[in-house]
Design a protein around this ligand. Structure first.
Ligand SMILES: Nc1ncnc2c1ncn2[C@@H]1O[C@H](COP(=O)(O)OP(=O)(O)OP(=O)(O)O)[C@@H](O)[C@H]1O
Ligand SMILES: [Mg+2]
Length: 209
């Protein structure tokens, strides 16, 4: 059964693309069949992949599959792909400016929505709003799971501080975090980032719970 994991937030720059790429790479390295769909019309990930393949002269067949789509059609495409059953995981990297309807469609076709956020006040406020909206979506899609991923966290920040900062969201938070690191700042669609492995493990465990 294909599992659909979507990254959604109502704000740009929270780390959706960074996390989507790293999750896809880790799952691919574990021999899972992974498709990453980006709905950001800037085609950031597809451009990065092209550049990386060109520079490294490596074969695209060695990496997770990657396509671009758009808000209006992505849900239908996902339904078809799930039916075909070619993938273990379909990961959707949505754009910060995704429309309300785009978000709604994604919530209806996803098994899990991952909400990335830093701990700064602005991100937390928007995350609160995102979570409220998505909780309403859970009333329509009862199988939908929501999980917050603290991102760009200073490595010295304790798990307790993170938990405390996110307590008010009243939503499940991953029992780990993604540190603020140069390796994540310079995301790659080819390289597997070791620090993301435990994060990916938590995500899969939560999905299968
Ligand atoms: N854990 C991290 N450590 C260091 N830099 C990060 C981390 N996560 C994200 N960044 C950087 O923060 C910026 C925004 O991240 P990213 O592009 O992943 O966000 P996004 O949610 O996809 O944004 P948008 O909504 O515009 O698509 C990028 O420059 C990225 O490299
Ligand atoms: Mg992005």
């Amino acid at each position: 059964m294909t599992k659909v994991i979507s990254f959604i937030s109502r704000k740009g720059g929270t780390g959706k693309t960074t996390n989507a790429i790293n999750l896809a790479s880790v799952l691919h390295s574990q021999k899972r069949k992974v498709l990453l769909i980006e709905t950001d019309t800037n085609y950031t990930v597809n451009s990065l992949r092209q550049l990386e393949l060109f520079k490294s002269k490596s074969d695209v067949a060695n990496y997770f599959h990657l396509v671009a789509s758009e808000d209006e059609v992505v849900a239908k495409e996902i339904q078809k792909l799930v039916k075909n059953g070619d993938y273990d995981y379909i990961i959707v990297d949505s754009a910060g400016k995704t429309t309300d309807n785009g978000i709604k469609e994604l919530t209806l076709t996803s098994d899990l929505i991952l909400i990335t956020t830093s701990l700064n006040q602005n991100d937390l406020l928007v995350t609160y709003q995102t979570v409220q909206d998505l909780k309403l979506a859970q009333q329509i899609n009862s199988k939908l799971k929501l999980l917050v991923i603290p991102n760009r966290i200073n490595s010295l920040t304790s798990k307790r501080t993170i938990k405390h900062a996110l307590d008010e969201l009243k939503v499940d938070v991953i029992d780990d975090f993604v540190p603020n690191r140069k390796t994540f700042y310079k995301a790659s669609t080819l390289r597997v980032e070791k620090r993301y492995k435990p994060v990916a493990k938590h995500i899969v465990e939560y999905l299968n719970k």
